[in-house]
Design a binder for this molecule. Structure first.
Ligand code: ZN
Length: 317
């Protein structure tokens, strides 16, 4: 596994990048984007971006495929990759979907708290956090040192995900490449678990009004999508169903080293893309270019990402 040498490399690249572009470490962009889906207000929050060495990270690729698809997508390696999270305002609740990286991946990331404040929300206002999975770039922002960042929130996560990372004792026997992930799970989710603030759920019914979890195991054993339905409109939070838009929309069979079960992850991705293209609903992805909200269109055996049309008023039209 190359995760940690990769992280050190990414950190080094990040520090060079930040020194060149944002000397004070602040975001060059506003960091939030708001839109309406039925009665629900969705606010995309940027945790920042980080360069990813996709030649190293992507697996199950065809010879020459990555370079060809990067060129077609007008991006170059390392590919600047977004880390997004989302706030859902339902009227009586403020719900966060995933929680960013905090300090896990260096100074170009960890901007979620800043973006949340810019969007007009205080961390204490968050009632619930829906976790798509327990990876450091999705749970990092739950804790600031030993302090809960969202002291009034219930953390929702699927039972298989909680079992795998925290409750079944896999950490001691984990391969070296996964040890850091287990440590992060314990550090970031553990305190909420101890405080009785973590709730698990089954699939197939609403978790909160208008919000239904969908099983999507592969990237991690309990990876979960969240479907939001309001007034005939639908948005599905995709979590880590994909990581590199320029490559994986064109070829959903391409996997990434972060996948625990790459074959299952690829299968789930194909299913999610196909259903989204047929259903014509909104999707929001944690590693799609910010704000990461848009539609998916089928093009033969491939898929095309259609980002949300920018609107000052957040109509999403
Ligand atoms: Zn991720």
């Amino acid at each position: 596994m190359k995760h940690f040498s990769q992280l050190v490399l990414q950190l080094a690249i990040s520090m060079i990048t930040i020194a060149q572009t944002t000397p004070n470490g602040s975001l060059a962009q506003p960091g939030y984007y708001r839109m309406q889906v039925g009665d629900f207000e969705i606010t995309a929050l940027s945790d920042g971006t980080i360069p990813q060495d996709v030649h190293q990270l992507l697996t199950h690729t065809q010879p020459g495929e990555i370079d060809r698809l990067l060129k077609a997508g007008c991006v170059t390696a390392p590919v600047e990759t977004s880390v997004n999270a989302y706030v859902i305002k339902t009227g009586d609740r403020l719900i966060l979907v995933d929680a960013g990286t905090a300090d896990a991946y260096g100074p170009t990331l960890g901007k979620l708290a800043q973006s949340l404040l810019h969007a007009g929300y205080q961390p204490q206002q968050i009632d619930a956090v829906l976790l798509t999975h327990i990876h450091p770039d999705h749970v990092g922002g739950l804790m600031d040192g030993d302090k809960m960042v969202f002291p009034n929130a219930t953390i929702y996560v699927s039972q298989p995900e909680l079992d795998f990372w925290l409750t079944l004792g896999h950490a001691d026997s984990a391969p070296a490449g996964l040890k850091g992930y287990f440590a992060s799970a314990k550090q970031k989710v553990g305190p909420y678990l101890k405080a009785g603030r973590v709730k698990t759920f089954g699939y197939g019914h609403e978790l909160l009004p208008g919000i239904t979890p969908i099983a999507s195991p592969g990237h991690t054993p309990g990876h979960t999508l969240y479907e939001l339905d309001s007034k005939g409109q639908r948005l599905i939070f995709f979590g880590d169903i994909m990581h590199v838009a320029a490559v994986q929309f064109a070829d959903p069979a391409v996997t990434i080293q972060y996948d625990i079960d790459p074959a299952a992850a690829a299968q789930q991705r194909k299913k999610a893309f196909s259903e989204a293209a047929k259903g014509g609903y909104w999707v929001a992805g944690d590693h799609l270019s910010f704000p990461g909200i848009g539609h998916i269109r089928a093009d033969g055996a491939k898929y095309v990402w259609v980002p949300v049309n920018y609107s000052t008023y957040g109509t999403g039209q």
